[in-house]
Design a protein around this ligand. Structure first.
Ligand code: BGC
Length: 759
């Protein structure tokens, strides 16, 4: 919900007049033969060569220019004068413009009234749903279910493309190890392996199998790179990242996105090692393009090119443009520098034409791959589709499933959960019990609060007249007013059980929403403690966008369910879990600190020469809180229990030139209910030439087990699972012993060891 435009709506239908206009002939001489768009590189090259041969410098720079849409109360509208800009070929793509009618109207101007008829690209931040809002990405990652995440992205793509959108600025694949940073909510958490798996799944979901299909769009892996390492958790801040950490932690999700075929990458606002990412030739041109062989479109972040001036590496706009283009930033989002300031620079020879051409080619390639030269109206010409494909029952069902899987049961002392469906009275307390907007979270596309089912609405629906609901807000999210406590405590006393809905406002996480505290805002913690003091069975449901340090509730509140911002079906999904229709299976994709002072804290840390030892003061700890987290990465309870046998490795010794290993672990449901466990496998390189993380996630599997049922889960490991960057920054597997750990969280203690021999 960052900019006004993202909250706005568009009119769903295409007028008859417009539909007729779409039948008019297209301006360019020879459209590519039908069906050549997806994957026919020779056809693409021939077509783009011929087109570029006819383009003026101004038309070329126009292709690299991306202005923002301006919203009004019926939806994003073109800016005043922008239609003339489209006509003159000065706009290649548009940020935030959506809606079948509007996109078709502007496309018609581009195709029929501009000299070369090059179609526009429409880009939009479709982050966790277009209209059907899914859980926030951090919540989705808690599912440890990449297939479900892929499906969520597919649904978002279907709805977005029906609104004329060609290009989403998702997935955000930044690793985040500092929960003060508001954008922790937009990614898959702290771990590069989990992050890579989710990056690939989301890219595949958005882009589908055929980019030229009318329901697939360009995915953008963002923000390249190191954005999550912002110092102090302060958005946009500089990042100090040693090369090894960059390679092992921050780059892997981008590489996975590239391997999955991501057609676009966005540069990050931060600098790395003194070089702002919008000017980072070594990382963009040398690594991304030359080494990884990636040929997609690199888009700047919002005014990212202009910001090179504030970074202090460019004296003026033109210098900023020169740096950006030379670094390989193809599309200039919002700065308007490529369009306005580069023509003179190119003409005077300060910018090589070859640099312009390389970027223009990549933009035109993207348009070709989407099939826009075959049919520029394929995304918007069927006005009925926008209505038919939006907020369908199937999409809602998918959002509910994802929300169910994303919930993490943090505590469940005395098996307070699941609640009985035959409670006489249930108290519903807290500021987030009935706030539709709070279900959505931030970055909601065209999602609407009216579509959201709140927990209170879902409780009423599920319990009907059987259970009396007593409702008390107790407190606001972020105020120091405790005057509502008394009523809340009274409500709790009158009830058989209490459910509290506490957390953050959606505007407390995502872009520029950083906090220096990880505590529940306002007086919510005191409210929970006051209610818990009644001695009633109390369940706290958290709705929030970052890990929260709720340690004060431990031992006081028996059950805590982390629901994140769960999307429009969140209320239903919460109720499904509270009453046991769904057994929770989510796991934390981030470590939850005891307090903000522990940050950064993450499970895959290196050991130091003095690992924490409670009996030895002079080891790496604190004197005021334990060094361990409140909840470890991978933690999440179930209504049943699971037992792990020690893992078994297939081979005790691996020859250095044959690193295929299998690790098997038997897991048994030892409780009384069916449940799904996320079996996790961690690897440790015991001794190496450089220090290694104490363990690293290298596999996970969701396994559904009936009571008493056992299953052996087998993980295939190989070179990449054992590799590291050595002293010379070479990626190698060093001989020696490796330990594997299997279990239900990152503190899993069951282990096995094997040896890798020298090659
Ligand atoms: C954000 C990006 C986003 C872009 C366009 C920027 O401020 O950093 O993540 O895609 O705006 O809305």
């Amino acid at each position: 919900m960052k900019r006004a435009s993202s909250r706005l709506r568009t009119r769903p239908v295409l007028s008859g007049l417009l539909a007729a206009a779409l039948a008019a002939p297209i301006a360019w001489a020879a459209p590519p033969p039908p069906g050549t768009s997806a994957g026919d590189l020779a056809a693409e090259r021939a077509f783009v060569d011929a087109l570029m041969a006819r383009m003026t410098l101004a038309e070329k720079l126009g292709q690299l220019n991306q202005p923002p849409a301006v919203g009004n109360n019926t939806g994003p509208a073109a800016m005043a004068g922008s239609e003339d800009q489209v006509r003159s070929g000065a706009i290649g793509s548009w940020l935030g413009t959506h809606g079948a009618e509007l996109t078709c109207r502007l496309q018609r101007i581009a195709v029929e009234e501009s000299r070369l008829g090059i179609p526009l690209l429409y880009a939009y931040d479709v982050i966790h749903g277009m209209r059907t809002t899914f859980p926030v990405p951090l919540g989705e990652a808690s599912s440890f279910d990449p297939d479900e995440a892929r499906n969520a992205a597919r649904v978002a793509a279907v709805e977005a493309t029906a609104h004329g959108v060609h290009w989403t600025y998702a997935p955000m694949v930044d690793i985040a190890r500092d929960p003060r940073w508001g954008r922790v909510v937009e990614g898959a958490g702290e771990d590069p392996y989990l992050g890579a798996v989710f990056a690939a799944a989301r890219v595949r979901g958005f882009q589908g199998d055929d980019l030229a299909a009318p329901d697939t769009l360009l995915a953008t892996a963002k923000h390249f790179v190191g954005y999550g390492a912002a110092e102090g958790g302060r958005d946009y801040n500089i990042a100090e990242i040693p090369e090894r950490t960059l390679r092992e932690v921050y780059l892997p999700p981008f590489e996975a996105a590239v391997d999955a075929g991501a057609q676009s990458i966005m540069a990050a606002f931060n600098e790395v090692g003194g070089v702002p990412m919008h000017a980072h030739k070594p990382l963009i041109q040398d690594l991304l393009r030359a080494q990884w062989g990636w040929d997609g479109v690199l888009v700047s972040d919002y005014t990212g090119v202009l910001e090179l001036v504030e970074h202090g590496v460019a004296a003026d706009r033109e210098a900023a443009g020169r740096l950006g283009l030379a670094a390989g930033v193809d599309v200039d989002m919002v700065s308007n520098i490529y369009l306005k300031d580069l023509p003179a620079a190119v003409e005077a020879g300060r910018v090589p034409m070859a640099e312009v051409d390389a970027s223009v080619r990549r933009v035109l390639n993207a348009k070709f791959r989407l099939g826009l030269f075959e049919d520029p109206y394929r995304y918007c010409k069927d006005p009925a589709r926008q209505q038919a494909m939006t907020l369908t029952p199937e999409h809602r069902a998918a959002a509910r499933r994802m929300a169910q899987k994303s919930m993490v049961l943090l505590e469940n002392e005395g098996e307070v959960l699941p609640l009985s469906k035959s409670l006489g009275t249930l108290a519903v307390i807290g500021p987030l019990a009935d706030e539709p907007w709070a279900m959505l979270g931030n970055w909601v596309g065209i999602g609407r609060p009216q579509d959201a089912v709140t927990p209170l609405a879902a409780l009423k629906q599920a319990l009907g007249d059987r259970t009396k609901l007593v409702v008390a807000k107790g407190a606001d999210i972020d105020s120091d007013d405790t005057s509502g406590f008394e009523r809340a405590v009274r409500a709790a006393r009158s009830a058989d059980a209490v459910v509290m809905f506490l957390g953050e406002h959606p505007e407390m996480s995502a872009e520029a929403n950083n906090r220096t505290s990880l505590d529940l805002p306002g007086v919510q913690e005191q409210l929970a403690l006051a209610v818990a003091a009644t001695g009633k069975p109390v369940v706290v449901v958290l709705l929030n966008g970052r890990p929260l340090s709720t340690g004060a509730l431990q031992g006081e509140v028996p059950a805590i369910l982390e629901a994140w911002f769960p999307g429009i079906e969140g209320g239903n999904a919460i109720v499904d879990v509270l009453f046991g229709d769904v057994n929770p299976s989510g796991k934390l994709p981030v470590t939850v600190p005891r307090n903000v002072g522990q940050v950064p804290i993450y499970y895959a840390h290196r050991n130091t020469g003095r690992p924490p030892d409670k009996d030895n003061k002079y080891t790496s700890k604190y004197i005021d809180v334990p060094w361990t987290p409140l909840y470890p990465f991978g933690h999440g309870l179930s209504y049943t229990t699971f037992r792990y046998d020690p893992p078994a490795v297939a081979r005790a010794t691996l020859p250095g030139d044959d690193l295929a290993q299998q690790v098997s672990v038997r897991v048994t449901n030892t409780g009384k209910r069916a449940g799904t466990e996320v079996v996790q496998l961690y690897v440790r390189d015991d001794v190496a030439s450089v220090t290694r993380p104490v363990r690293q996630l290298r596999g996970f599997r969701r396994v559904e087990l009936q009571p008493g049922e056992s299953r052996v889960v087998t993980f295939e490991l190989g070179h990449d699972d054992f590799a590291m960057y050595d002293l010379d920054m070479k990626r190698v597997v060093e001989p020696g012993t490796f330990t594997v750990f299997a279990g239900g969280d990152s503190q899993a203690s069951q282990s096995a060891r094997f040896e890798v021999e020298a090659p």
